[in-house]
Design a protein around this ligand. Structure first.
Ligand SMILES: Nc1ncnc2c1ncn2[C@@H]1O[C@H](COP(=O)(O)OP(=O)(O)OP(=O)(O)O)[C@@H](O)[C@H]1O
Length: 217
C-alpha cells in the first residue's frame, strides 16, 4: 500500500529525518511513537504528501508521490489520502455536513450523493443528529468524529492521523480509537497514527518507535 525508502529531511542545519524506511500494508493500523522532537509529525507529513523529503522516495500503490507536483499532487492527496489532526481544523462557518462533503465536492462528486454518504458515515460515527450544527455547537469528541467523516468521504486508501485524540477526554479518546479499528474492519483502509497515547499505540497491528530521526527496530 505504502512504501517509503531512505527518507531524509533537514530544517536548515537540523537533520530531522536520517534515513527512514517504512512499509504499510493494506488494512494495517500502524502507530508511530517516540519522544517529542523525534521527527514523528515530520515523517507523517512527508508520507501524507503535505511536505517534501530532501532525499528518498514515497510510493502509494504504484504512484511515486514524492514526484507528483501541483494540481496532480493536490488531486491525488484529496482522492487517496485522509488526514485527521489533533485540532480538527473544521471550517467554523460551515455545518458539520458541509464540512464532511467539501473534499468530495472538490473531487468533483455530486452533492446529493455526497450528502447520502455523509449521512451514512455520520451514522457509523454516531453524529447523525449533529449534521446541521456548526463546529462550535459540537463537543470536542463530536467535532473530532466529524473530522473523521470528512477524512473518509472520498474513500481514501490510507488515513494519516497526528495525535487524533490528543485533545479529547479519555472516554472520547477510547471511542475514537475503537472507531479506527471498526473502520479498518469495515472498509479495509490503512491507518498511520502518531500518538503519545500508549494504549492506542499498543492496540495497533504494529508500533514503530522513532528516536532522533530514525525508526528503531
Ligand atoms: N517547520 C519547521 N521548521 C523548523 N524546524 C522544524 C519544523 N517542523 C519541525 N521542526 C523541528 O523538527 C524536529 C522534529 O519535529 P516533529 O514535529 O517531527 O517532532 P515530533 O516527534 O512529532 O514531536 P512531538 O511529539 O512534540 O509532536 C523538532 O526539533 C522540531 O523543532
Amino acid at each position: 500500500m505504502l512504501e517509503a525508502k531512505g527518507i531524509e529531511k533537514y530544517y536548515g542545519d537540523l537533520h530531522v529525518l536520517k534515513g527512514v524506511d517504512v512499509m504499510i500494508k493494506s488494512g494495517e493500523v500502524v502507530s508511530i511513537v517516540g519522544a517529542s522532537g523525534a521527527g514523528k509529525s515530520t515523517l507523517l507529513h512527508i508520507l501524507g504528501t503535505l511536505d517534501n523529503a530532501d532525499k528518498g522516495e514515497v510510493k502509494v500503490g504504484d504512484t511515486v508521490i514524492s514526484k507528483l507536483k501541483g494540481d496532480k499532487l493536490a488531486a491525488f492527496r484529496n482522492r487517496e489520502i485522509g488526514f485527521i489532526f489533533q485540532f480538527h481544523n473544521l471550517l467554523p462557518e460551515f455545518t458539520a455536513e458541509e464540512n464532511i462533503i467539501i473534499p468530495g465536492l472538490i473531487a468533483g462528486g455530486q452533492e446529493y450523493q455526497l450528502k447520502e454518504k455523509a449521512k451514512s458515515l455520520a451514522n457509523i460515527l454516531g453524529v447523525e443528529g449533529r449534521l446541521e450544527h456548526k463546529p462550535s455547537e459540537l463537543s470536542g469528541g463530536e467535532q473530532q468524529r466529524v473530522a473523521v467523516a470528512r477524512a473518509l468521504i472520498n474513500d481514501p486508501k490510507i488515513i494519516f492521523a497526528d495525535e487524533p485524540s490528543g485533545n479529547l477526554d479519555s472516554k472520547s479518546a477510547e471511542d475514537l480509537h475503537q472507531l479506527f479499528f471498526r473502520l479498518r474492519d469495515e472498509f479495509g483502509q490503512s491507518f498511520v497514527i502518531v500518538t503519545h497515547n500508549q494504549e492506542l499505540a499498543q492496540m495497533a497491528d504494529r508500533m514503530l518507535t522513532m528516536q532522533d530521526g530514525k525508526i528503531l527496530q
